[in-house]
Design a protein around this ligand. Structure first.
Ligand code: SAH
Length: 475
């Protein structure tokens, strides 16, 4: 069925809804919202419709459908729930050339009502031509997730400035370029941050000034632990509008695949030991691309503010006058705990959880070991696997019990996730025996024992009782 898509202006136009139940009430509600003059014809009305009729918001024709009800109507919606009556309404409407929608009957309908995503005045309408309404509604949900709520405000602003834009930029192509550079760029950014007045001021400034250099910006985005399903909607939107993406090595290929097709992706990843790219270089790259007017996404594994040097990057951007936003991500501790079936806190086993890093000797020396060795708490240790010996020695030294359970999660949330379990006494040996590699996160504390029974993702934990220890995995 090839349908012609159409947005109808129904303000002050008569529309007939036949039926008085919940469906009719819903249809009437949408028509009223569009400003239509709604008449509802039915022997009985739902409470909601009755109330609307009493207030004079809708007109009520009491009784069973009669063809003259169609007099003067532009559209009719048949929502009687009675197939025969609906068919008669459709036939009468057809004869009188009134467009008719029969609820849930694509064949009898001469117009369909699409599934909509509203960012008024912007509206996205979706139809499957009656083939699969559930699919249309699924697509609607996906588009709903993609379109930021502030798009409505952007459309309203654009509408208000339309005349001035045309006057200042008579050439359509120049207008489109301005729209993309200014309205979809800094103006949209400000609206997203809830700063409507600043957005309008920015638009005025950009339009008045000589073709001023476009303003670039940086969004610091948390990419989560690897599973693209763990991205936030805000992260997805940022990826979808990026010009340049500066990403860490740990950011998964599946996440990068969600970026705008023509965005330039630059791996600025650093590996422990061999620094391929210094922090200074990352700063310089952010500044270079932002000053060239680009939308830069600085994409970091997990959350940008958890052992991610996000703070330093913001300080640098602030010092250089570059606009920025931060989109949080799911940090490795939360993701690994969830995907290994280890609750970080538990009424019976742990009343607190600490995020700790032990990446280098320095950080090992500066940690508060007496506090870290306390019982009934969970340590989530972000680390190179190399530090496990020292970690065990310090914790035992400060009184943590040798039998304290651990779960070491390698590649958390990714298809290749492995979880190695055991006790503090045997931690480095167990990690070596299974050749655990980065990225890996250590969860240590009473709760770690729960991995054995609560695991749900990927292979079961490699625990002593159930699994023989394999020698180096990829020897
Ligand atoms: N900002 C990141 C952490 C960066 S530090 C976050 O919030 O997650 C890098 C450390 O994070 C790694 O050494 C490892 O300990 C941990 N890590 C990151 N992703 C991981 C993953 N998918 N599985 C296990 N550990 C991970």
């Amino acid at each position: 069925m090839a349908l012609y898509p159409l947005f109808a202006d129904l303000r002050s136009r008569a529309v007939l809804v036949v039926g008085g139940g919940a469906v009719a009430e819903r249809k009437a509600g949408r028509l009223l919202a569009a400003g239509a003059l709604v008449t509802v014809g039915a022997p009985e009305l739902s409470a909601g419709l009755r109330e609307k009729a009493a207030r004079g918001v809708v007109r009520h024709l009491c009784g069973r459908f009669e063809p003259h009800w169609l007099d003067g109507a532009w559209l009719v919606v048949a929502a009687t729930g009675d197939a025969d009556v609906n068919r008669r309404i459709a036939e009468c409407a057809e004869r009188r050339r009134v467009l008719v929608n029969v609820v849930d009957d694509a064949v009898l309908s001469s117009f369909h009502v699409p599934a909509v995503v509203e960012r008024a005045p912007l509206v996205v309408a979706i139809s499957s031509g009656g083939a699969a309404p559930a699919l249309a509604s699924h697509v609607r949900g996906r588009i709903e997730a993609l379109l930021e709520p502030s798009l409505g405000a952007l459309a309203t602003l654009a509408q208000r400035w339309r005349g001035r834009l045309r006057e200042r930029l008579p050439d359509a192509a120049a207008r489109r370029r301005f729209f993309e550079r200014c309205l979809l760029g800094p103006v949209a950014d400000l609206l997203r941050r809830g700063r409507a007045e600043a957005a309008e001021a920015e638009l005025a400034r950009a339009l008045a000034g000589p073709a001023a250099a476009p303003q670039g910006s940086v969004v610091l985005v948390g990419a989560g632990p690897g599973d693209p399903g763990l991205l936030t909607l805000a992260a997805l939107r940022a990826l979808g509008t990026a010009d340049v993406i500066l990403h860490d090595r740990l950011v998964s290929a599946e996440v990068l695949a969600l970026a705008r097709r023509d965005a330039e992706a630059i791996d600025v990843g650093k590996r422990v030991g061999g620094h391929r790219s210094q922090q200074d270089e990352i700063h310089a790259l952010m500044l270079f691309h932002a000053r060239a007017g680009r939308r830069v996404v600085r994409l970091k594994a997990g959350d940008p503010f958890v052992f991610g040097r996000g703070g330093e990057e913001l300080e640098f951007l602030r010092a250089h006058g570059v606009a920025y936003e931060v989109v949080p991500g799911i940090t490795a501790a939360l993701a690994c705990a969830a995907y290994a079936g280890v609750p970080l806190t538990h009424r019976e086993h742990a009343q607190s959880a600490r995020l700790v890093t032990a990446h280098c000797r320095d950080s090992l020396d500066t940690l508060d070991w007496p506090a870290l060795a306390a019982e009934r708490q969970t340590l989530a240790v972000y680390m190179g696997v190399a530090g496990l010996e020292t970690l065990r020695a310090r914790l035992l030294e400060h009184g943590r019990a040798p039998g304290t359970p651990f779960a070491l999660v390698e590649n958390g949330s990714r298809r290749e996730q492995r979880v190695v379990t055991g006790t503090l006494a045997e931690l480095p040996e167990r990690a070596r025996a299974h050749a655990v590699q980065a990225p890996a996160l250590l969860i240590l504390g009473e709760v770690a024992a729960l991995a054995q029974c609560l695991h749900w993702f990927g292979a079961p934990p490699l625990g002593r009782a159930t699994e023989p220890i394999r020698e180096a995995r990829a020897a």
